[in-house]
Design a protein around this ligand. Structure first.
Ligand SMILES: NC(=O)c1ccc[n+]([C@@H]2O[C@H](COP(=O)([O-])OP(=O)(O)OC[C@H]3O[C@@H](n4cnc5c(N)ncnc54)[C@H](OP(=O)(O)O)[C@@H]3O)[C@@H](O)[C@H]2O)c1
Length: 263
C-alpha cells in the first residue's frame, strides 16, 4: 500500500531508539525526509539517512530547535510525530511506587515536561508550516491515559493531557487543514520493558524483585487477550498510517492486543 508520504518531511521526537527509531526507519523507507530529535546519537540512528538533531526535548528550546532544523533543511514540516517519552528518568519509578501525597512536584514537572509540554512546544513550532502544507500531528500516548492501572500515576495523568491536546489541535486546526491523532500502545518490546536498566528493570529493583518476576506479574495483571506485547515495528506501522493522507482526526488509536477491555 502506497502511503503517499514520499517526498514529504517528518519530524520524529525520540527517534534514537525504541518506537521512535522504528518510525524513523519506516518513514525513510516510505521516501520521506526525516529529522529526528534525541539527546544521543545511537549507532542505529546513525545508520539511517535521518537528520539527527541532538538536544533535550524536555526544555522549551529543544523542540523549537528540532523543528527549526527541519524547516531550514527541507523548507517545512508535513508530519510531526510527538513520540518522546519514557527514557531513563527515575520519576516514573517514583510515580509507580509513591502515592499522590508523597510524589514531589519536581517529579510531576519532569514527567509533564517530557510527555506533555515537549509535544506542545513542538506543535507550536511546527504549526505555521503544518497549516501551510495541510500537515498532520501524531501524538504517541499510552493505554495508561485511559486505564490508570497500566502506568505510574504521574505518567497516566501526563498522557491523558496529551490525548486532550490531540483533541484540541484537531478542533482548532482541522478547519485549516491540519489533523491530529493519538496512537496509544500497551506494552511494547523496547528497552523500557526489556533492558534491565530500563523502566521495568529499575522498578523491579526498587520493589526488591527480579526483572523476570515483575514482567510475569505484569503479564498476569494485564491479561492481554493476544497473550503477547507489541513490537516497535507494529506501532510504527499504525503511526505511519495515521500520518498518511486520510480523514481521521482527533481520535485515539489503541495498539495493545486488547489490554484495555472497556467498551
Ligand atoms: N515501550 C512501551 O511499552 C510503551 C508503552 C506505551 C507507550 N509508550 C510511549 O511510546 C513512546 C516511546 O517509548 P519507547 O519505549 O520507545 O521509549 P525509549 O525506548 O525509552 O525511547 C525514548 C526516546 O526518547 C528519547 N528521549 C528521552 N528523553 C529525552 C529528552 N529529555 N530529550 C530528547 N530525547 C529524549 C530517547 O533518546 P535519548 O535517550 O537518546 O535522549 C529515545 O529516542 C513514549 O512516549 C512512551 O511513553 C511506550
Amino acid at each position: 500500500m502506497d502511503l503517499q508520504l514520499a517526498g514529504k518531511t517528518a519530524v520524529v521526537t525520540g527517534g534514537s531508539k525504541g518506537i521512535g527509531l522504528a518510525v524513523v526507519r519506516l518513514l525513510l523507507a516510505e521516501g520521506m525526509n526525516v529529522v529526528s530529535g534525541s539527546r544521543t546519537l545511537t549507532a542505529e540512528l546513525k545508520e539511517t539517512q535521518a537528520v539527527a538533531v541532538i538536544g533535550d526535548l524536555s526544555t522549551p528550546d529543544g523542540p523549537r530547535r528540532l523543528v527549526g532544523a527541519a524547516v531550514d533543511k527541507f523548507g517545512g514540516v508535513d508530519v510531526l510525530i510527538n513520540n518522546v517519552g519514557m527514557g531513563d528518568h527515575p520519576e516514573f519509578v517514583e510515580g509507580a511506587v509513591q502515592s499522590l501525597a508523597d510524589l514531589p512536584d519536581s517529579e510531576w514537572e519532569r514527567t509533564f515536561n517530557l510527555h506533555f509540554y515537549s509535544a506542545l512546544w513542538a506543535t507550536r513550532a511546527a504549526l505555521p508550516s503544518l497549516v501551510q502544507r495541510g500537515g498532520v500531528i501524531v501524538n504517541v500516548s499510552s493505554t495508561a491515559a485511559r486505564d490508570a492501572s497500566t502506568g505510574p500515576g504521574n505518567y497516566s495523568v501526563a498522557k491523558a493531557a496529551l490525548n486532550a491536546l490531540t483533541r484540541v489541535i484537531a478542533l482548532q486546526y482541522g478547519p485549516q487543514g491540519v489533523r491530529a491523532i493519538t496512537v496509544s500502545p500497551g506494552p511494547v518490546s523496547t528497552g523500557t520493558l526489556t533492558d534491565p536498566d530500563g523502566f521495568i528493570g529499575q522498578l523491579a529493583k526498587r520493589q526488591g524483585i527480579t526483572h523476570t518476576e515483575l514482567v510475569e506479574q505484569m503479564s498476569a495483571t494485564f491479561a492481554i487477550p493476544t497473550q503477547r506485547i507489541s513490537t516497535p515495528e507494529e506501532v510504527a506501522q499504525l503511526i505511519a498510517f495515521a500520518a498518511s493522507p486520510n480523514n481521521i482526526n482527533g481520535v485515539d488509536y489503541l495498539i495493545d492486543g486488547g489490554l484495555v477491555k472497556a467498551v
